[in-house]
Write a protein that binds this ligand. Sequence first.
Ligand code: GDP
Ligand code: IMO
Ligand code: MG
Length: 426
Amino acid sequence: MGNIIIVGTQWGDEGKGKIVDCLTEKSNVVARYQGGHNAGHTVVIGDEKFILHLIPSGILHKGKMCIIGNGVVVEPKALIDEIAELEKRGVKVTRDNLRVSKNSHLIMPYHILLDGWKELKKGSKKIGTTGRGIGPCYTTKAERSGIRMLDLFWPEQFKEKLKANISDINCMLEQIPGVEKLDAELIYNDYIAYGKKLEKFVDDTDITINEAIKSGSNCLFEGAQGTLLDVDHGTYPFVTSSSATAGGAMTGLGVGPKCVDEVYGVAKAYTTRVGEGPFPSELSDDTGQLLREKGAEYGATTGRARRCGWLDFVVLRHAVRVNGLTGLVITKLDILDDMEKIKVCVGYKYGNETLRDFPKELPKLEGCTPVYEEVDGWKGQATTGVRSYDKLPQKARDYIALIEKTLDVPVVIISTGQDRDDIIYR
Ligand code: GDP
Ligand code: IMO
Ligand code: MG
């Protein structure tokens, strides 16, 4: 199977978790390379539903090595809780199947406070973050005052760094009404205790993954969020703070680009977005509501209602380009089963111009209206649970063919339901 990067092509929640779980069967290593517990990756196996936030979606398969790479920001308590929850549900998590990078940056309590405070200050211009401290943690990483996993095992050094950070933060907190100053000693003790619980998983993950690649193992690089949430290639500033595109896998794990055999982009058969920011093909009508209800479009991390709209080829063309996609994975085809007609956004109208490529200027993007083409749906002939391409209704196959033709990328996998087994490999 080779080494495959799995990336979101839209605004996250495309069904990456399900696809990673499915492809894990033929893989040896599954590695997360960016983001943190802002992610919510759902895997459904029969009656059981698992939502993974930090741990790679391969963990539910026995004997697979899951890696949390250096590019991930780790809230240690969230990781400890996630491990405990899996163990409670009968999934063994040991050093044999989970490693966490020494170099991963830690989300500290002040990152979470700052995330909330910055959003509050922005008022109606807020990003709509998950409130998990992601942005502030990546900020301190880039600013070089971050605390890494390895610091927990060098107590003196850790204490010194923490004290310096807390003293800076407390100066800032003084300006926030009703917020108490932070106590470095308390945070120190909590984090040393977290370190004790996590020590057995901590690893030079760059070495582990490169050795696995060298020995011929198949690796899956599991992206979180999606292309339009990428800090460089997304709808900035309405993005997350990490490199959610394929390039992030290289820096976020410490692997070279030559090891990558395929880059699969996961796309919903329509589009969703959670949080604020532009979304040209958004539907604020009954059809949008229908997609939300039938697609159960409520966030796996925050429970927020997701905004819904038609499939957008302008977005996908951008994703194909910046990720170098070699294959597309179309999920939630079944959610379109009741549609008489289906629209696809083929361009944006901006003044007298018709744009084919995603505009980078926010005001321009906000002034765009979608140009739609309408195709026949396959109402009355369900795709739900269909597991072979030949059994899909002709109109559904036409829809897949339209995606392939428009984007010039093969659709390699189609997902037709929540369950692990509701999948078509081509
Ligand atoms: P991720 O963040 O990309 O892993 O996606 P999420 O887990 O946040 O959201 C995707 C949702 O769609 C989850 O509830 C999945 O169980 C569900 N899902 C994935 N693929 C399909 C599919 O083909 N059909 C249906 N009906 N649900 C799906
Ligand atoms: P998965 O991996 C969808 C969104 C937030 C917000 C913006 C910034 O499950 O696809 P952040 O907390 O990262 O600073 O928020 O990014 N966002 C996601 N939207 N799926 C996700 O992850 C997301 N992670 C962050 O809603 O708009
Ligand atoms: Mg999600």
